[in-house]
Write a protein that binds this ligand. Structure first.
Ligand SMILES: Cc1cc2nc3c(=O)[nH]c(=O)nc-3n(C[C@H](O)[C@H](O)[C@H](O)COP(=O)(O)OP(=O)(O)OC[C@H]3O[C@@H](n4cnc5c(N)ncnc54)[C@H](O)[C@@H]3O)c2cc1C
Length: 713
């Protein structure tokens, strides 16, 4: 048995024993109003003779009763008034009840939090976020209203992530008034016939009002703060638009589309190419490049399939042209014409925020709108490496145009960055025949992925000829050589092209954020509803973060559009709990929910189920049997906490698991679903089968075996 569990069982036993003793010895019989009245004179005499011992004994008893969540705290509080008087009684009870409540809170945390986290996973994360934001207000309300049983409040708060100090301070402050009322009543003990005499309906009403005060005050302060940010601006009396969207990438296009679909008057402003990063310089060209590289790889490795291999002749210029052709084929879907046809007023030009409701286009026309959505995207981050600026380096923004002029593949390519973009490029260019060196300062490629996934990708890339230098820092560029350093040793890497892929930064300057005082960090700061400091200005996509994916930008767009247009009626909190993403290496790495590292960081209990593709018929037939499906499952349940798939077409395979997670379908359901044979998707079902095997009902099967034996006679 684990040590943590032993400790928990011991504590549970102690608590159970103490509670049992309370009831077995009928201690509750002493904690009645009648008993208190009968003993009042004796108790007062004892206190007079032994003041210190009396206070200490009372204090400890009070702490024990509240810490063990036993009934009787109300009578004890009256007793404090009766025997110690108003001021001393209030002081003693205030501290004793706070300490007792804090002990109950800590016990609940120690005994229950891990279990609750493991069982309710994402939901408890959401509650924790709410507690971090507003927990003190809620607790104060609960404490001020004596109608809520305090022992339940202690236990419930213990399973959340509330800090002990916050809990103790807010509890003490919140309980003080109620304590004083009770203690004061205790000083008039003779006139009380039952504890309900203390609280008349009018007094309870006042307490409820008092309890609601923190929430009311919070709402008022919120409303006031919202008004305050607008103070220095003059609000237009009428608006030209319902919605103005800045940027026509994935985030902006979807926002505008939703606005137009619900018949709002929408203007979409784009200064560059419609479609933004994904279509023009990101997902689309990179995936087209990867496809060409795959063909080259298949020619080179054809011997594995009984076909004469060859060194592929890469027609570089044609390949780059194909990439541009594919962009052009997709472009009509994101075009001005299409969006105009859908009812969006599309403007080409540079948008600048003039005030919280006004956007200026190219320094000329100004349009006002009730809501504005910023979807200005991001751009490649370029580290300040001496000599880099003069090296003519490429980024995902520039490479597709710069490479357009080349007839041949660059022979030697240095790629700085081991994230998804750098890793996809490294494999693709190596497969096309370049000598690729990839530099990553961290200990591994794809640091956000499951460790096993990044290790397998790294192995495969090395086998395909990529030189991977993890734990290396790019320190300077000298002519046509990149100097890298690991520990104290430097090394020169000659290159024909350098690709910088160290991540993307949000676009935060040049369009009025500073003048309006819109708060920014690495991205525009937004709240759960995607509002900036101005509640009518929203931000989505790469400019808002925290993720940088096309489908993420599109997902946020729904919330921004709906909150912007209908927020007065109902606002929706953006929810990214079940967000898949894919790195398009070969094999692909697909991810949803938690992997082992993130589950550990979140303190979640999980079981790992792993199915290796080396056993899968279709993967064997395809020669694509290196990879796995790894599931993180809630202990004691068949619900998924997350999944990582490393496989050919892993991006397609993960969709089934995303659906399962989103709609709470467990592994039993997955196992009961027919999967066509022979498909790669069967891997998901077999992974569920591995989980089932590990949870066989052994005892029942023992009985079934006996039954069969008996049947055989
Ligand atoms: C190489 C690469 C590969 C990628 N692969 C994938 C992938 O496979 N899958 C995936 O999900 N994601 C991928 N991404 C990420 C994805 O491209 C982005 O997350 C997504 O495009 C973000 O969309 P967005 O709307 O936030 O921003 P963007 O697409 O960048 O759009 C912002 C738009 O706003 C415009 N704009 C900015 N300021 C103004 C202004 N003041 N006035 C007018 N217009 C303005 C810009 O011109 C731009 O068109 C990849 C990215 C790169 C670089």
């Amino acid at each position: 048995m684990k040590r943590g569990n032993q400790g928990r069982i011991l504590l549970l036993l102690l608590i159970a024993l103490a509670i049992a003793a309370f009831f077995v010895f009928d201690l509750g019989a002493y904690l009645t109003l009648a008993n208190l009245k009968a003993r009042q004179a004796g108790l007062a005499a004892y206190v007079g003779a032994n003041p210190v011992a009396a206070v200490a004994a009372f204090f400890l008893f009070y702490v024990a009763v509240t810490a063990l969540s036993l009934p009787g705290a109300a009578i004890l509080t009256l007793a404090a008034g009766a025997i110690f008087g108003l001021w001393e009684g209030t002081l003693i009870v205030s501290f004793a009840s706070t300490i007792g409540a804090s002990l109950a809170f800590l016990s609940s945390r120690y005994l229950l939090r891990d279990w609750v986290k493991a069982r309710f996973g994402g939901r408890i994360d959401a509650i924790d976020r709410g507690i971090a934001r507003d927990g003190a207000f809620y607790l104060l309300t609960l404490r001020l209203i004596p109608a809520f049983p305090f022992f339940l409040v202690n236990l419930a708060m213990g399973v959340t992530a509330m800090r002990l100090l916050t809990f103790a301070l807010v509890s003490q402050a919140g309980m003080l008034l109620g304590t004083a009322v009770y203690v004061n009543a205790g000083t008039q003990l003779a006139g009380i016939e039952s504890t309900s005499d203390i609280f008349s309906p009018a007094l309870i009403g006042s307490f409820v009002l008092l309890g609601l005060f923190p929430l009311l005050a919070k709402a008022l302060v919120g409303a006031w703060k919202r008004r305050l940010v607008y103070r220095r601006w003059r609000r237009p009396r009428r608006f030209d638009r319902n919605l103005i969207v800045i940027g026509a990438g994935a985030g902006g296009l979807v926002t505008a589309l939703i606005g137009a679909t619900v018949r709002a008057k929408v203007t979409l402003i784009e200064k560059g190419e419609m479609g933004g990063d994904c279509l023009n310089t990101g997902c689309v060209p990179s995936k087209a490049l990867i496809r060409s590289a795959r063909s080259a790889h298949e020619i080179r490795t054809a011997a594995a399939y009984g076909i004469a291999p060859a060194e592929p002749e890469v027609r570089f210029a044609e390949m780059i042209e194909r990439i541009h052709r594919i962009i052009a084929e997709i472009a009509p879907a994101d075009s001005v014409e299409r969006y105009t046809g859908l009812g969006v007023d599309v403007r080409k030009g540079h948008a600048r925020l003039v005030d919280p409701w006004t956007v200026e286009i190219d320094g000329g026309e100004r349009l006002t709108s009730r809501a504005i959505v910023i979807a200005a995207g991001g751009e490649p981050a370029v580290p300040p490496i001496p000599g880099l600026a003069e090296s003519g380096y490429l980024t995902s923004d520039t490479m597709w145009e710069k490479l357009r002029g080349r007839e041949t593949l660059p022979e030697r390519i240095a790629i700085i960055g081991g994230g998804p973009i750098g890793t996809e490029m490294a494999q693709a260019f190596a497969r096309l025949g370049a000598r690729v060196t990839q530099i990553e300062h961290g200990p591994r490629l794809l640091p956000r992925e499951d460790e096993e996934a990044s290790a397998l990708v790294e192995t495969i890339l090395r086998e395909e000829g990529v030189e991977i230098l993890t734990g290396h820092e790019a320190v300077r560029v000298e002519g046509k050589a990149l100097v890298v350093r690991a520990e104290a040793a430097e090394r020169q890497i000659p290159f024909d092209e350098i690709i910088v892929a160290v991540g993307r930064k949000a676009r935060l300057t040049g369009y009025g954020l500073e003048a309006l005082g819109i708060e920014t960090g690495r991205t525009i700061v937004t709240n759960d509803w995607l509002e900036t400091v101005y509640p009518n200005i929203y931000a989505v996509g790469d400019v808002a973060g925290p993720y940088q994916f096309t489908h993420f930008a599109a997902h946020q767009a729904w919330f921004a559009a709906v909150n912007g247009l209908f927020g007065q009626l109902k606002r929706f909190r953006a929810d990214y709990r079940i967000l898949p993403w894919v790195t398009f290496t070969d094999p692909e790495v697909a991810h949803v929910g938690h992997n082992e590292q993130s589950a550990k960081e979140a303190g979640l209990a999980y079981e790992v189920v792993r199915y290796d593709l080396s056993h899968l018929d279709r993967a064997l037939a395809e020669g694509a049997n290196r990879g796995f499906v790894k599931l993180l499952v809630m202990p004691g349940k068949d619900r998924l906490l997350g999944a990582t798939i490393v496989a050919d077409r892993a991006g397609e395979l993960i969709a089934e698991l995303v659906l399962a997670m989103k709609h709470g379908l467990g592994l039993n359901k997955l196992l009961g679903t027919i999967h066509a044979y022979p498909t790669l998707a069967e891997a998901n079902k077999y992974a569920a089968g591995e989980w089932k095997k590990a949870h066989k009902p052994e005892r029942l099967l023992g009985w079934v075996e006996r039954y069969h034996r008996w049947r055989r006679g």
